[in-house]
Design a protein around this ligand. Structure first.
Ligand code: ATP
Ligand code: LTN
Length: 328
């Protein structure tokens, strides 16, 4: 069974795009692989400067991960800061990567340019070293990542090979794998851009916690296309195709087959809204149950951290030994 690790930052609300594009695959994948999923709160600190914000998002994200069906008895779900080995190996990784390599990371270049006059933390620059630690600690075979994270995976591999070369075989060299094609969910108001936390409009975004009335309304107001033909064609009919793809993700049918069932936009919008309401109903119920029982949530996270630490501690000790640090 391959060891697969994928992590998510606790920044903002989880939306329908995150669920259909990523989290749903995690839930399916836990039965096929030895799955580890971290809520990487230390990474979120690189851009946060107010107390409590990361903690609140961490709890909410944890509740959402369990609510969508990640099973703490099957997969290992943990909070990064609960497993102190991440920080410890993170520092060691910082000493294995060069200033020049970090400076070439496109995510750093983009994010630092966007922050302009804002406080630019050194953590934003050294971020890839911590991410390398996240991955290498678990002897990870595969990391499902989208295009935007490929470069981070490459640098992780480079660091691991360099360490193994300098200090002897220590780390498993991880592979980036394309995540199983999940749905790509577009903004309901701007169907040529992906649905995103940082998108412009709230009306175009379905949060996992939106109430049924809001969901139905957002779908009713979804931007469609000039003519009135229902056809699945991403290029010329992005709005209608997005609705068809979302409905397909909810029902298990294909977007093409669904297109044949509709002649008008109105019923398609109404049915898609209803299907999403029904898809999210049990998830929301479970989410609210978990959020109302913090003790249970804490105990699930504690269990995850314990399972994670068993693996992480062995890898950290191996790295320290190979470095020749004096045992404590
Ligand atoms: P941001 O708005 O800050 O870019 P995001 O909403 O894109 O954030 P991420 O935290 O970058 O979300 O991504 C978490 C996971 O959700 C990733 O695996 C990503 O591929 C997936 N994902 C995000 N948005 C979509 C979308 N619209 N459709 C499908 N998958 C998505
Ligand atoms: N950089 C990733 C989040 C992340 C991650 C990881 C993903 C941190 N550590 C380890 C996979 C494996 C992001 O911004 N989406």
């Amino acid at each position: 069974m391959a060891r697969v690790l994928s992590c998510i930052q606790p920044t903002g609300d989880v939306h329908l795009g995150n669920y259909l594009g990523a989290l749903r695959n995690w839930v399916a994948g836990q039965h096929e692989n030895d799955a580890f999923h971290g809520i990487v709160d230390l990474h979120a600190l690189t851009v946060i400067d107010q107390p409590g914000v990361v903690g609140k998002s961490t709890i909410e994200l944890a509740a959402m991960l369990f609510a969508v069906g990640l099973d703490p008895d099957i997969a290992t779900i943990f909070v990064q800061s609960h497993v102190t080995e991440h920080s410890q190996l993170g520092w060691i990784m910082e000493c294995q990567v060069s200033f020049g390599e970090l400076g070439r990371m496109t995510q750093f270049k983009d994010k630092s340019a966007k922050r302009e006059a804002d406080f630019l933390s050194a953590g934003l620059f050294t971020y890839p070293a911590l991410m390398a630690a996240d991955i290498l600690l678990y002897d990870t075979d595969e990391v499902p990542v989208g295009e935007d994270q490929r470069q981070h995976l490459e640098i992780t591999r480079d660091i691991a090979m360099r360490f193994n070369h300098r200090f002897g075989e220590t780390f498993v060299i991880p592979k980036a794998v394309m995540p199983k094609a999940g749905a790509r969910v577009m903004d309901l108001q701007d169907p040529t851009s992906k649905m995103s936390k940082t998108g412009d409009t709230d009306a175009g975004l379905i949060s996992m916690l939106d109430d049924p009335a809001a969901i139905v309304k957002k779908f009713k107001r979804a931007v469609t296309d000039g003519d009135s033909e229902v056809r699945f064609d991403r290029a010329t009919k992005p709005g209608v195709s997005n609705l068809l793809e979302i409905l397909a993700a909810c029902t298990g049918e294909t977007p093409e087959a669904l297109a044949a069932k509709y002649t008008q936009y109105g019923p398609l919008k109404a049915d898609t809204g209803e299907a999403v309401v029904e898809l999210l109903r049990p998830i929301q119920a479970r989410y609210h149950e978990l959020m109302a029982d913090r003790a249970e949530l804490q105990s699930l996270l504690r269990k995850g951290a314990q399972k994670a630490r068993v693996v992480a501690a062995v890898t950290l000790a191996r790295a320290q030994t190979h470095l020749g640090l004096v045992p404590a």
